[in-house]
Design a protein around this ligand. Structure first.
Ligand code: NAP
Ligand code: ZN
Ligand code: ZN
Length: 348
């Protein structure tokens, strides 16, 4: 008989899980494996709420297996290390992003692109090498295999990587950021630190002042105002699209200069409509990008530290998480919810 998630491993664990497509989170007892020789065990201190968590708890991408303990923007303090761990010691602060495993030997892994590995193991809701399901950071403890153990948080690397790859990191480059949420506000800060000229393309007039005065954006367009878009036609070298819901692509293609690139990082539930002619005219590129590899994640963290870039966060308690999800759906957060796991997760 299959073991239950509460007894399949020796170490008792506790977190909050969603049980069905309502996405409602509630306390959940499960278990984690014993700390392996290359594992680092950590006490979770804080965990960010990514919109991907919201897609996942409601099974909007059709890949969720319940119960699911979300959370892939995790920072914690190391409480135990395996015998073969050299780079990390007890008491160190560490971070975990979207990946906790990959094959280590395919072409992508050898190129430091573990995010493209076909055998990648996601931080939660993904079968681990031993066949059990992984559980994320809305819980009190984690095991981090050291081979994927560099800090690799989500929102920063997801926007840093395409800015670099698509050469939007050059001073003076005209960069657009669509959707000023968790990913979008970091995209603005990173692009500004690269020296780009940044235009935010948003549905929220209420975010304008802050985007220009606090986040450092150079210009702000309301995406539902055709006149504003018309005035900015053919002005951008590239756009990072972080929108989490269905939206029109054609006007964004219109904002690009010839040879401009529209890079999708948001993951709307339903397919988007792409008219071909605006792509053909001006030889434009429509592309996508998914987090980043471990090496680039470390590079991103170093870059962020050098430029003093952190997320703007609203710290919440664990029992506020369902309200936070409702607010996230309404784009009502400036700009990332972070759960104070260590101080507010009440063990049962
Ligand atoms: P978020 O904080 O909710 O931000 C999304 C933003 O999109 C909102 O703040 C809003 O900005 C805009 N938006 C929302 N609904 C919209 C609509 N109907 N039409 C137009 N704009 C709309 O979410 P996030 O955590 O940044 O994540 C964004 C997306 O990226 C999610 O789909 C997530 O799953 C995905 N993601 C992908 C990767 C990857 O590796 N590719 C990694 C992480 C997340 P305004 O108020 O400014 O309009
Ligand atoms: Zn994420
Ligand atoms: Zn691989």
């Amino acid at each position: 008989m299959a073991k239950s998630s509460e007894t399949e491993h020796p170490v008792k664990a506790f977190g909050w899980a969603a049980r069905d497509t309502s996405g409602l989170l509630s306390p959940f007892k499960f278990s984690r494996r014993e700390t392996g020789e290359k594992d680092v065990r950590l006490k979770v201190l804080y965990c960010g709420i990514c919109h991907s968590d919201l897609h996942m708890i409601k099974n909007e991408w059709g890949i969720t297996s319940y119960p699911v303990v979300p959370g892939h923007e995790i920072v914690g303090v190391v409480t135990e290390v395996g015998s073969k761990v050299e780079k990390v010691k007890v008491g160190d602060n560490v971070g975990i992003g979207c990946l906790v495993g990959s094959c280590g030997s395919c072409e992508s892994c050898c190129d430091d692109l573990e995010n493209h590995c076909a055998k990648q193991v996601l931080t939660y809701g993904s079968p681990y090498f031993d066949g059990t399901m992984t559980h994320g950071g809305y819980s009190e403890s984690m095991n981090l295999p050291l081979d994927s153990g560099a800090p690799l948080l989500c929102a920063g690397i997801t926007t840093y990587s395409p800015l670099k790859y698509f050469a939007l990191d050059k001073p003076g480059t005209k960069v657009g950021v669509v959707g000023l949420g968790g990913l979008g506000h970091l995209a603005v800060k990173l692009a500004k630190a690269f020296g780009a000229h940044v235009t935010v393309i948003s549905t929220s007039e209420s975010k304008k002042k802050e985007a220009l005065e606090k986040l450092g954006a150079d210009s702000f367009l309301i995406s539902r105002d055709p006149e504003q878009l018309q005035g900015a036609m053919s002005s951008l070298d590239g756009i990072i699209d972080t929108v989490s819901a269905t939206h029109a692509v054609a006007p964004l293609l219109g904002l690009l200069k010839p040879n401009g690139k529209l890079v999708m990082v948001g993951g709307p539930e339903k397919p988007l409509e792409v008219p071909v002619f605006p792509l053909l005219m001006g030889r434009k590129i429509l592309a996508g990008s998914n987090i980043g590899g471990l090496k680039e994640t470390q590079e991103m963290l170093d870059f962020a530290a050098k430029h003093n870039i952190t997320a703007d966060v609203e710290v919440i308690s664990m029992d506020y998480v369902n309200t936070a999800m409702e607010r996230l759906l309404k784009s009502d957060v400036r700009y990332r919810f972070v759960i104070d796991v260590a101080n507010t997760l009440k063990m049962e």
